[in-house]
Write a protein that binds this ligand. Sequence first.
Ligand code: SF4
Length: 398
Amino acid sequence: MIIANHINKQYIIENYLLLFTVYFNKNLEILETINNFNVICFFATISGHMISTKNILSKAIHFHTLNKNEILYILKEKNTKMLFYMANKIRKEYVGDEVHLRALIEFSNYCIRNCLYCGLRKDNYRLVRYRLEPWKIIELAQKAKNCNYKTVVLQSGEDPYYTTKKMKDIISAIKSLDIVVTLSIGEKTFNEYEAYRNSGADRYLLRIETTNSILYNKLNPEMNLKNRMKCIEYIKKLGYEVGSGIMVGLPGQTLESIAKDILYLKSIPVDMAGIGPFIYHPNTPISLKTNSHGTNNAFELSLKVMAILRLLMPWINIPATTAMETLNTQGRLIALQSGANVVMPNATETIYRKYYEIYPGKICLKDSTQYCRFCIENKIKSINRYVSNGKGFCKKTK
Ligand code: SF4
């Protein structure tokens, strides 16, 4: 009995030391070789700190579901290594190593809205405004196609200059080039969404930003959360691929509210989830005061949200957002290795890029479409991934 006890203790100590070494040397390749989640569980079991994280991640990986408290627990967890490792593993398993590129054409920075955090808000009189004529937008789409992009994202502020007729003409012309069209032009009526869809638009991107109605209504004057949700319902009903997402790190935003946002995105469910860290813009009325989880933490927290979404909806498309690279020079590559599988390089004509200043410090302001395409492909190759040749539809819906 005494000997048995001794063996058990020695066994536990030896395994503990092995896993302690692996874990704290952050050598996840060894974990990959071991490839045994039970081994990780063993470590988690004997380490009181990790036990809940292990259980929650295990549930997420196997059942793709978590409740609000479990999401909250992961959001609060300081040790993120296991979360990002698992999100990357699930990404590889469900959507593979290919990275889908979407050429982003920012065609107008006029906006009738006044969102408190956004540099394009109508009351930002310091911003030089521009809008491109339909023929120019179509020309930029053609250039994107010449650079081997299969999708363009047409993005603007909410600009009434582009009537339904104008948008229909633009969409039809671009579709005739055999390019997938994503629209990111804000809140519209059902009839407008329907007209765009009938002209061939494939995807619509409308971020919810936050599902906390008090915060939403405060940050987006003259808008309301109910209508935003209704717009997303319309988009879904019309058969678009639905892209939505949130802003992470907004002043006044809590982790609990983010946990609810994640559950909202899953409830739709979205085909694409874009997570953008909040970046303070000095020409907006928003305060620079840090919020409950610290503005400086927005990059890491955005990665966590992204990784959780990958575990909960393994098949969806998740962009490594440009804003992440503004906060971290390797931001997009880090995101691609933490669950993301999409990048949206800028395909706007270089002279206009600096005026599309939703937030300051945007990357690639002086680069050309050709250069951005070349640069991102090399970055993707540097992490042993590759640019997809396909149109990048969400695997579950197509
Ligand atoms: S967030 Fe969108 S709707 Fe709001 S001001 Fe900026 S561009 Fe306009």
